[in-house]
Ligand binder design. Structure first.
Ligand code: PRP
Length: 285
């Protein structure tokens, strides 16, 4: 059987989590340093370790069948390439920023200004939409330094924690787009490889669903079970099993991590005791 070729960052912010999510799908990968290519011994897949900025072109050309890439880069370099799944990590935004001490009155402040960026297409599109004429300076890396060395009046770059902006005395004033890692596909993928990709997506989906969910177990007096069940936004109906102790049961269910704390408080108030919360590794609905 042919292998599907998946591009991932050779180095950079997506690298570690890209390897990690594939491993959590049960796919073994040899991620030895300085390797450009690695085949999985237990899934029909080959990893290509690529420079981040080259990945969109490799997708366009069909050199790789799919790739794990930031949606921001796809929008900038290959807006016609589609993705099959958001992967929930490397969340960031692409934003305009200006020196902290400068007043900001709105987008029109950028009229006639110099903007340094590695995202010229994204910036141009945004400016055009708002009828602003600015001078775009393309810089690949360390964009945030540009205003400090007099190269630009403002910048447009990725903001994640905001610490790079802070360190460079800049403030974020406009968010152009929000982004996260996605699994993008080449328009040239063969039908056979698409079938393998579907299997990979099935596994990724199970891993992502599990990541956002917790398995909870608790002991509940029998006369409180109905009330407790009402509080549980569970998968389907929760499992209820009698305990050795008379008039008590054990209730098990799955809840979304986001609901976690508010539900736990309500459950305690409703009489649940010995509440255990466990991570879920895979979840197939
Ligand atoms: C990106 C970006 C910013 C920084 C923002 O750089 O260019 O400099 O991250 O992140 P923060 O808001 O958490 O500080 P990255 O480290 O990915 O390297 P690169 O610029 O070489 O791609």
């Amino acid at each position: 059987m042919e292998n599907i070729k998946i591009g991932i960052q050779k180095s950079g912010r997506l690298h570690d989590q890209s390897i990690d999510i594939l491993k959590r799908c049960g796919i073994s990968i040899d991620n030895g340093k300085d390797q450009l290519k690695a085949a999985s011994p237990n899934f029909p897949l080959e990893i290509y370790y690529l420079r981040n900025g080259d990945i969109p072109q490799y997708l366009k050309d069909g050199v790789v069948d799919a790739a794990i890439i930031g949606e921001n880069l796809l929008i900038e370099k290959a807006p016609k390439i589609t993705y099959v799944m958001k992967l929930g990590f490397s969340k960031c935004r692409v934003s305009l920023a200006i020196p902290k001490e400068k007043a900001y009155n709105g987008i029109s402040d950028f009229d006639g200004q110099r903007i340094a960026t590695s995202y010229p297409n994204t910036v141009n599109q945004f400016l055009k939409k708002h009828h602003i004429n600015a001078d775009i300076h393309i810089i690949n890396g360390s964009v945030e330094i540009a205003p400090n060395i007099g190269l630009a009046d403002g910048i447009c770059d990725i903001v994640s924690t905001g610490s790079t902006l802070f360190k460079n005395n800049l403030k974020e004033v406009e968010t152009l787009l929000i982004s996260e890692a996605v699994l993008a596909t080449s328009p040239n993928i063969s039908a056979d490889n698409k079938a393998i990709l579907d299997k990979l997506c099935f596994r990724l989906d199970a891993v992502l669903k599990a990541k956002n969910s917790k398995y909870i177990l608790m002991n509940v007096p029998n006369d409180k079970i109905d009330h407790v069940i009402q509080l549980l936004p569970g998968m389907k109906s929760p499992t209820v099993m009698p305990l050795v102790e008379k008039n008590w049961s054990s209730v098990h269910t799955v809840i979304n991590e986001n609901d976690f704390w508010s539900v736990i408080d309500q459950l305690k108030q409703a009489g649940a005791e010995g509440i255990l919360v466990a991570p879920i590794e895979k979840m197939i609905l």
